[in-house]
Write a protein that binds this ligand. Structure first.
Ligand SMILES: NC(=O)c1ccc[n+]([C@@H]2O[C@H](COP(=O)([O-])OP(=O)(O)OC[C@H]3O[C@@H](n4cnc5c(N)ncnc54)[C@H](OP(=O)(O)O)[C@@H]3O)[C@@H](O)[C@H]2O)c1
Length: 430
């Protein structure tokens, strides 16, 4: 029996879905008795070359050809963004169609509403591709690890910024040059703000935390800092000190209180996350029974993302056979966990300061660190720009609130021109 799919959007991911569904259809039919067939595809321009030959699939610019077709049981959304994707998905659910989506923007912000409408209509919504491309993250957190209290989620979940930081490290180039390379290679969009300002990683952290910590997390709960201010100088100092800089997404559950952050972080070169380069993604998960797990792989791209989407389609077909509906991301957990900006989290901190190169200036900086009981692990006094000296300090562990207070105090110091960059340092092993 054929199981008809309506595809909304046929760009990078959608075209991959068309070819992978075709490739796997026979095997899925053998396994489940249902052969997935893409029946209708919604696009804006039906004449465009999409890199896949269309056979029996019908291309249309009218969404009703998918949404109002009673033969279509599964709608796959690969348009992206909020609208019209949200309207189409809600319409599909209300018409009792199951939905698979790769849309992290939509799930991170409107996930609860979409899941509620799916539950009301007794249909499934699956979104493995929304986080980590090919890497199975949603499934393991939702299914395989449910015997655990997940306490930590930590990872590199934005390929664009990881590519940019990797290029800055390998080629000793500045942010702007690395960004231009990423745009040329198609890793970054013309407007890269969602990636480089950390929003994309924050959205993914919202999805992962809601599932992993079994609660409902909102985008505004995440403290977000991007990578625009990271310079080739910071990358070089980090290298000299034995670190690499990565945009790290961190979620922690400490006794039912969550902390959520996306920020550039110094990672020791011996740490496994330091070796996650280019557009690869990786996520560490700590569960009270499972211990530490690390997931690694391609976080984006046509076929890696199609792998996750088509995996969801096949799960859906299996579930349909069993009469099983999946619409809740966290087993319907009713708990609400407070998200706190924990003042007492302790890290080493990297400070890069620009100061007047004259006697007594370093002494006043050292005094300020002393008064704050922030002992220095490493100090570098480097290149002199005109009459300025660059001072890099890595502290021993201090609380985040103290680091914030010290930035304000440093800015008030006479002869200190700028606090140019401050980043936490990830410990080798907790
Ligand atoms: N690209 C990746 O590696 C990747 C990885 C993980 C997740 N995702 C997610 O997957 C989704 C799709 O990404 P993508 O890279 O495949 O995007 P894309 O290449 O820009 O493709 C978008 C498709 O949607 C169609 N479309 C856009 N607006 C439409 C509208 N108003 N009505 C009908 N069709 C419309 C476009 O049609 P035309 O072609 O006719 O213009 C195009 O075929 C996004 O949610 C993204 O976040 C992507």
């Amino acid at each position: 029996m054929d199981l008809y799919i309506g595809l909304l959007g046929c760009g990078t991911v959608g075209a991959g879905v068309v070819s992978l569904v075709r490739r796997r259809a026979g095997k899925v039919a053998d396994m489940t008795g249902s052969r997935p067939v893409v029946k209708t595809i919604l696009v804006r321009d039906t004449t465009k070359d999409r890199g896949v030959p269309f056979e029996h699939e019908r291309l249309t610019t009218n969404p009703d050809d998918v949404l109002h077709d009673d033969a279509i049981q599964v709608v796959v959304e690969t348009i992206g963004g909020i609208e019209p994707a949200k309207t189409y998905i809600l319409e599909a659910l209300k018409r009792k169609k199951h939905v698979v989506t790769a849309n992290k923007d939509l799930i991170a912000v409107h996930g609860p509403e979409i899941l509620r409408v799916a539950a009301e209509n007794r249909v499934s919504v699956l979104f493995e591709a929304a986080v980590g491309g090919a890497i199975p993250l949603v499934g393991p957190l939702k299914e395989n690890l449910t015997a655990n209290e997940v306490t930590d989620l930590k990872g590199i979940i934005n390929g664009t910024t990881n590519f940019i930081l990797s290029e800055m490290t390998a080629r000793h180039i500045d942010f702007e040059e690395a960004l231009a390379m990423a745009q040329e290679l198609g890793y970054a969009e013309a407007d890269p703000s969602s990636d480089v300002d950390g929003l994309d990683a924050a959205r993914k952290l919202v999805i992962l935390s809601s599932i992993g910590f079994q609660t409902q997390v909102h985008l505004s709960d995440v403290r977000v800092e991007g990578i625009r201010h990271i310079t080739a100088t910071d990358v070089r100092y980090a290298d000299e000190l034995g670190y690499v800089i990565k945009l790290l997404a961190v979620g922690r559950d400490r006794g039912g209180e969550l902390t959520l952050a996306v920020r550039p972080t110094l990672i020791p070169k011996v740490h496994p996350l330091a070796h996650v380069s280019d557009a690869y993604n990786a996520l560490y998960v700590r569960g009270d029974a499972a211990g530490d797990l690390m997931f690694f792989g391609r976080g984006a791209g046509r076929m890696p993302t199609a792998s996750a989407v088509v995996g969801d389609i096949i799960s859906l077909i299996r579930n349909l056979k069993l009469g099983y509906v999946v619409s809740s991301p966290n087993g319907g957990a009713a708990t609400t966990k407070p998200v706190v900006d924990r003042e007492d989290e302790r890290y080493k901190y990297y400070f890069r300061l620009l100061a007047q190169d004259q006697p007594g200036v370093f002494a006043s900086i050292a005094q300020l660190f002393g008064e704050n009981h922030a002992s220095m692990e490493t100090v570098l006094q480097k290149r002199v720009r005109g009459s300025c000296a660059e001072i890099v300090i890595v502290t021993h562990d201090i609380s985040s609130s103290k680091a914030r207070r010290m930035i304000a105090d440093l800015k008030a110091l006479e002869h200190l021109h700028a606090v140019e960059c401050v980043m936490p340092v990830e410990p080798v092993a907790e």
